[in-house]
Design a protein around this ligand. Structure first.
Ligand code: SF4
Length: 268
């Protein structure tokens, strides 16, 4: 009788070949079915397993085609440590929007020094930023959701596309209990927008587990977390929260909860 791994293996090889075709915009119904089947099998096999074990498998299986996206948040710092322990050659990147907190830049430096890493920093296209600011203003995001999404697109999403080019899988620090919009995320997902798989090793972790791991392993973290900032993004779009407030309440606080994503993790 075949083991779970043996059952997944032929599909994975075919699908990897297929990803290259998808990259060339060649779509086929069979490939889509195969993709769904593979993802279902991977979730069945790995759902509920410890993140270190999950990462150990995927970093090996997708070596050279897998990348960790870090916002330098608490979850990503946990993943950075796990990835550095498992395979130091794995690419890790972060997006510098040009509007980050100084404390975030300090953390990038500290993390690199602590683990001997060189986190790749992606910057937005200067021409696009210049055009946007010229037509909409430097603080356009406060004026409408459309403006805010435009700014996130120019300063984050375009850089993300460049960072993910050529990859088969990206690793993210999403957790189900972070927001209403993340409740339905799974361990392994198909990211239709960027056309590659997404791995969320901490999907079932609670905030408490994240912080327990950080303390136990003495992981560097953003000092703003100790000043009432549970979730940290760009400086003009992040504020501290009051005790008892939702952990994402300080992000784009002037918008409704349903709108509070920057497009990095939306499928549209
Ligand atoms: Fe622009 Fe705010 Fe989005 Fe940062 S979080 S890219 S400043 S809208």
């Amino acid at each position: 009788m075949k083991t779970g791994q043996e059952r997944i293996e032929p599909d994975r090889k075919k699908l990897n070949a297929g990803f290259e075709q998808v990259g060339d915009r060649t779509r086929s119904k069979n490939l889509l079915k195969m993709k769904e089947h593979l993802i279902e099998q991977l979730n069945k096999k790995w759902e509920g397993k410890p993140p270190e074990e999950v990462l150990g498998y995927f970093l090996k299986e997708y070596k050279g085609k897998i990348i960790l996206a870090s916002s330098m948040g608490a979850e990503d710092q946990v993943l950075t440590r796990m990835v550095a322990d498992a395979d130091r050659d794995t690419r890790i990147f972060t997006l510098d929007t040009g509007r980050l907190f100084q404390e975030t830049y300090d953390l990038i430096q500290r993390t690199n020094e602590e683990y001997g890493l060189n986190i790749e920093v992606y910057f937005p296209d200067s021409g696009q930023v210049q055009d946007m600011v010229a037509s909409k203003g430097i603080n356009l995001f406060y004026r409408s959701i459309g403006n805010r999404k435009l700014c996130c697109d120019v300063r984050k999403n375009q850089s993300l596309k460049r960072a993910l080019a050529g990859m088969a899988m990206w690793i993210c620090g999403l957790r189900k209990d972070q927001t209403v919009t993340r409740f339905y995320n799974k361990l392994v997902e198909w990211d239709e927008k960027h056309r590659l798989m997404k791995l969320n090793p901490l999907i079932n972790w609670t905030e408490k587990q994240v912080w327990q791991y950080i303390r136990e392993h003495d992981i560097p973290y953003n000092v703003l977390h100790d000043r009432g900032y549970p979730s940290i993004g760009c400086k003009p779009c992040t504020r501290a929260v009051q005790p008892g407030e939702d952990s994402r309440a300080g992000r784009w606080w002037w918008e409704n909860a349903e709108n509070k994503e920057c497009g990095l993790h939306n499928s549209e």
